[in-house]
Structures are given as C-alpha cells and as structure tokens.
Design a protein around this ligand. Sequence first.
Ligand code: SME
Length: 168
Amino acid sequence: MTDYISINTGLSDVEIYKQLLPQLDALISAEEPAITALANFSAAIYFAFEKISWAGFYLIKDDVLFLGPFQGKPACTVIKIGEGVCGKSAKLRQTVIVEDVEKFPGHIACDPKSRSEIVVPIIQSSELFGVLDVDSRKLASFNADDKFFLEKAVNLLMKKIDFNSIKF
Ligand code: SME
C-alpha cells in the first residue's frame, strides 16, 4: 500500500474525486486490520476537499451507531437507528443528502457550524455495518456527484475489507 496521497485541490469536485479514488484504493490493504483502512480512508476524504469539515464512520452494535474512525472535531458517540441524518441513512439503507441541516428535523449537531451533510450506508452481503458521514460548514455542499463518488469509494472498501472483522 501507499501511505500518502497527493491531491490538486484547485480542481472541480468531480476532478478531485477522480484523483482521489485510485489513491483511496491504494491506501486500503486487505492484509491490514480493517480499522486501519477506515482511519486512513476518512483522513484522505477529509483532506482532499476544502469544503469538508468532518469525515468519518459510525459502526453498528446492537442497532445503535457508535463513532468509529474519523477526521475532524470530536463528535457525538452514539446515534440510534432512525435518528439524525446518520440514523436515517442507516434505517433507509440509502444515501441521504441534506442541503441545509437546519431544515432537517432531528439533525444531530455535533458541530454547530455544520451546514450540510451526506451519509452513505455501508452494506456488505445485505448486512448493514454502519455509515460513512461527511459534513460541510457550507450550505448545499453535496450533490449527486458526491453521492456517486462516495458510494464508489465505499464500494472500494467493501471489496477489500471484511466488516465482520471490526464488529464491536
Ligand atoms: N449530524 C449527524 C451526526 C454526526 S456528526 O455530524 C459527525 C446526524 O445528524 O446524524
């Protein structure tokens, strides 16, 4: 695996994702513990985009999401399925984009400055293992392009990592 990434952040978001994805793939080693991959994965996403203020994982134990590896400010540690944006994505098993968190009933404000958010569920062999949560301090930072590439990024993880190995 490689242990560094190089991104030209002056490009469009789509161009940044196109640079980022192969480097994310190279960061993930199937021979290393899965938690190691999640840590570097969240760091790589966080540092690739100036618009991102937080990127990380919540992982399921007994129908509750617990904070996993992340980059950004310390965050809420426990989210019930169905609660907040993360819990909604987990419940629906779908990616959820929120353009304005103040208009999302039940949004959980770990960072009061957070304004928009995208959450991608992590589903392997039909089992829900958690979510990838990405936040921004700007309104409407995430759209269908972010959904497309972040879902692709999560799929890269799925191919190399057995999420059963990091069950709490
Ligand atoms: N805003 C999220 C909580 C997690 S933090 O943003 C890191 C939510 O509503 O689920």
